[in-house]
Design a protein around this ligand. Structure first.
Ligand code: ZN
Length: 350
């Protein structure tokens, strides 16, 4: 690809957002204050449990999902259940559907009626990537491609609405919602209920194609006094299972279906936590293009920015790149594609 196409790494004229003045964790530790929750659940989620062993089925007929509302999975798809739950009193499973790797909630009775599958691409890929976080998307030859991920760590600041508006604008221009990973924390969701519902509304209205990524429930920092080193979820005191499942329950309660992608706070993890995560049927989603840290874009970039007001240099860099690289025009011309972050799983399967 040409560096000019993405507007970066060609040298000259690019002075915004260098990494030298950023902490090692960018916006991850910039603001840990939260306010009380103004969020109420739209859906009753009870009996939520992670399956010790994921179970796969092959659908003999089209399957209509309970969540997202209106979603379905076509016949002959392989689906893998990773969580059991009761949604509004209906026994259900959280499943991952192939080949899209999208997550849905389906009736337990519908799932159980389908034929058993010996294995699935999802589970075999999961086993092969226990210690290998995902950080690249599958790149096609026809156009330059990138995936955008937006971290929403706890924050008392106003969110970066302009970023979401720009992505919606691109979606209108190309006639399809832009896929975007939103790495959500319970802390941000509870403190910014109206904004969370706005995101969910944009997804439902097909203005954004949101892949919900679990960024942990409380997003603990566990930094040393100087904040030069933070353990985040690798601290021994962390209740890792609760950090994962409580956030999933919160999202499902709002009608947002968590994907099989998990973003470790600070992108900090160790072998023990990676093993635990895989045991919960989740992939660690890293990023190779954390803009505020000065990491350059490339074809197949997995971009990381913070949309919670905590990392202005990342947002500035994003808009600077978009302007220099004419991203909107390039997208309209089909020369630049924003691809689903779920393609990190597809890339790993190859
Ligand atoms: Zn974070």
């Amino acid at each position: 690809m040409s560096c000019l196409s993405f507007g970066l790494a060609c040298g000259g004229g690019d002075s915004a957002g260098t990494s030298e003045d950023e902490s090692a964790y960018g916006g991850e530790t910039a603001d840990d204050s939260t306010t009380g929750s103004d969020l109420t659940s739209a859906h009753a989620v009870t009996g939520f449990k992670a399956l010790e062993t994921p179970v796969s089925r092959v659908l003999s007929q089209d399957l209509t999902a309970l969540l997202p509302v209106g979603a379905s999975v076509p016949a002959r798809s392989t689906v893998t259940a990773t969580r059991s739950l009761s949604l509004e009193g209906t026994p259900a499973y959280l499943v991952v559907a192939e080949p899209s790797m999208r997550s849905l909630v389906v009736k337990k009775s519908d799932f159980d009626a389908a034929a058993a599958a010996g294995t699935s691409v999802f589970t075999s890929t999961l086993k092969e990537h226990v210690q290998a976080p995902l950080s690249r998307v599958l790149v096609a030859d026809a156009a330059q491609e990138m995936a955008v991920s937006i971290d929403m760590c706890q924050s008392s600041k106003a969110w970066d609405l302009a970023l979401f508006d720009w992505l919606r604008q691109v979606g209108r221009a190309i006639g399809a919602p832009v896929p975007v990973a939103i790495a959500m924390t319970g802390g941000w969701a509870k403190a910014h209920g109206p904004q969370l519902l706005q995101l969910i509304g944009w997804h439902a209205a097909k203005e954004l194609d949101i892949v919900w990524v679990n960024h942990s429930y409380t997003h603990p920092l566990n930094c040393n006094a100087a904040k030069t080193s933070c353990a985040f979820l690798t601290a021994p005191s962390v209740d890792f299972l609760a950090e994962v499942t409580e956030n999933e329950k919160l999202l499902l309660g709002q009608g947002a279906v968590p994907s099989a992608l998990f973003r470790f706070p600070g992108l900090v993890h160790d072998s023990g936590r990676r093993s635990q995560l895989s045991g919960l049927s989740l992939f660690a989603l890293d990023a190779d293009t954390w803009l505020a840290k000065g990491q350059p874009t490339h074809d197949g970039s997995l971009i990381l920015v913070h949309g919670n007001g905590n990392e202005p240099p990342g947002i500035s860099k994003f808009f600077s790149l978009a302007e220099q690289g004419h991203w909107l025009d390039q997208a309209k011309a089909g020369k630049l594609r924003f691809v689903s972050p779920l393609r990190t799983i597809s890339a790993a399967a190859q």
